[in-house]
Design a protein around this ligand. Structure first.
Ligand SMILES: N[C@@H](CCC(=O)N[C@@H](CS)C(=O)NCC(=O)O)C(=O)O
Length: 219
């Protein structure tokens, strides 16, 4: 692979995304470092996501997928780490501190493997259980299970002013992305003042504003 600082210049990457999904985190991270990329919308609602064309890009049939000259990357924490290691100048990760970098990955893994999965029980319960009652029971648990995750974030994981403390990292971008779903998940957001203030701050950053406008425009 090429030297890190050359990776995202003239990289000609393609981000496959859908609006209002976890792909927003990768989209904002690419925009934040000024990467050379094209954003291609996958229409999940029209069923394009499991199509032959998309399954050739990501056999798991999910967004985000980032096509690079070395191959396709999937899984938000991996894409985020690739972006910040490829562009160390923008300092979206504590790259020179192994422990802090591991903390960033721990937080991002928590969002990916615990919070996101709890949220997915609202729309995709049929993946874990059969029968309408079971799926309904999964859906009705979401306000509590997602709310419990955000209790942990609000009171135990979030340091302030940013997730890891003084430095703005990919964990902030990713938390912003997942926190967008709170209201639709039926969670009482008033319980999480730190998360809400953080969500507003990230939303007002120029890279976030540009990406949200683009995703809305393509929707
Ligand atoms: N663990 C994956 C999850 C990817 C994922 O589930 N993406 C959702 C959008 S938020 C998706 O593509 N859903 C379509 C589906 O599940 O069929 C990641 O963090 O990137």
């Amino acid at each position: 692979m090429t030297a890190p600082d050359a990776v995202l210049k003239n990289a000609g990457m393609t981000l496959y995304y859908a609006p209002n999904t976890c792909a927003l985190a990768s989209h904002i991270a690419l925009e934040s470092v000024g990467a050379d990329y094209e954003a291609v919308r996958i229409d999940l609602s029209a069923g394009e996501q499991p199509s032959e064309r998309f399954l050739n890009i990501n056999p798991a049939g999910r967004v985000p997928a980032l096509a690079t000259r070395w191959g396709v990357l999937t899984e938000t924490p991996a894409i985020l780490l690739f972006i910040c290691q490829s562009d160390p100048e923008h300092r979206l990760a504590p790259l020179d501190d192994p422990f802090e970098l591991a903390r960033m990955n721990a937080f991002n893994s928590y969002l990916c493997s615990t919070v996101h999965v709890a949220h997915a029980h609202r729309m995709r319960g049929y993946r874990w259980a059969d029968g309408e009652d079971a799926v309904r029971a999964m859906r009705s648990k979401v306000p509590q299970s997602v709310g419990d995750c955000f209790e942990t974030i609000e009171h135990k994981l979030f340091r302030g002013p940013w997730v890891l403390g003084d430095a703005y990292t990919t964990s902030d971008i990713y938390l912003f992305t997942i926190a967008q779903w709170l209201e639709a998940d039926g969670v009482d957001v008033a319980r999480f003042p730190k998360v809400l203030r953080h969500r507003d701050r990230v939303r007002n950053l120029p890279a976030t504003e540009r990406v949200l406008a683009r995703e809305l425009d393509h929707a």
